[in-house]
Design a protein. Structure first.
Length: 308
């Protein structure tokens, strides 16, 4: 799928369209106010004596300096509330996805008879309203997909909600928009909008069990993964790995990136991240693993790359 330009002014959903309209209205109003201020300054300096006298009167100062801004800001507030009225709320026809911000990755849970857990990549069907339930596990984060809607803070102990709808298929870039320490700048994610039939097939596959390693090298890598304690932090459904500290790796190889969109997913980049992750993404909470021999590292990477 093609990447979509990350811009508030390039909307691809009704919620983003409302925000873009509001942005253009603010730009136009701000330009008008700037023009009036420049004109008033010019008249106060170069205008006729009578005009300068009028501008210096107390009534003029109260009108232009207090009454006009109050009226203007009230109109803008009402306009903003009306234009963004569909940003939140729930509807019966909307899908529901829960996203939890953690330092420095995203836990994604798809609603259903049995909730389906994923990480760091979100998929939604085109044209379908999606209600996001947003939480934070540690500090304040902020969920933002500029081309689909406004940003909203994720605050520990509180649940916030946001509705998004993608009008066209593609890959939309999202990010944490609230400084959350450490590698905050690298806490981005991809939101992939796909046709409904493709989404349903993908979700069905995601809900299924992870296939068993098919080669001796992959089997050895799985044993190393469990023996090294990786399952203490990460989960892989169908195995003894059930950690919740780090991202769920059940279908890791289908996500397309390493280190939460830090590097494209390749065997070479995965090998680098395991050995030198603090250099690639400084401050992330995964320690560097340099305990494996070259052959063991190859086996571990082969296993992780098999998690489709």
């Amino acid at each position: 799928m093609n990447g979509i330009l990350q811009s508030v002014l390039a909307p691809h959903g009704p919620q983003a369209g409302q925000i873009a309209t509001l942005a253009w209205a603010l730009f136009a109003f701000g330009s008008l106010v700037l023009g009036l201020v420049i004109a008033a300054i010019w008249l106060a300096m170069r205008g006729a004596p009578r005009i300068r006298e009028v501008l210096a009167r107390e009534r003029t100062i109260i009108l232009l300096g207090l009454a006009l801004p109050v009226a203007a800001l009230t109109i803008l507030l009402a306009c903003g509330a009306w234009l963004t009225r569909a940003q939140t709320g729930h509807a019966d026809e909307a899908l529901r996805i829960e996203v939890t911000g953690q330092q420095w990755w995203w836990r994604v849970v798809y609603d259903g008879p049995a909730p389906i857990v994923s990480s760091n990549e979100i998929r939604i069907p085109v044209g379908q309203p999606v209600d996001f339930t947003l939480k934070a596990a540690d500090v304040i984060h902020s969920f933002w997909v500029p081309s689909l809607g406004g940003k909203i803070d994720m605050i520990p102990g509180r649940t916030t909600r946001l509705r998004l709808t993608a009008e066209r298929a593609g890959v939309y870039r999202g990010q944490c928009a609230e400084y959350c320490g450490g590698p905050h700048a690298l806490m981005s994610f991809k939101l992939i909008a796909m046709p409904r039939h493709e989404y349903d097939a993908w979700l069905e596959r995601l809900a299924g069990p992870q296939s068993a390693p098919s080669t001796d090298n992959e089997q050895r890598g799985q044993l190393l993964f469990l023996a090294a304690g990786c399952g203490t932090c990460h989960a892989v459904r169908g195995t003894d790995a059930a950690g919740k500290i780090g991202p769920d790796l059940t279908h890791f190889a289908s996500r397309g990136s390493v280190g939460i969109d830090t590097l494209p997913l390749t065997a070479e980049n995965l090998d680098r991240f395991i050995r030198d992750g603090q250099h690639i993404k400084p401050g992330n909470r995964m320690p560097e693993f340099r305990i494996f021999s070259s052959a063991e590292q190859t086996a571990l990477v082969s296993y992780l790359m098999s998690l489709q």
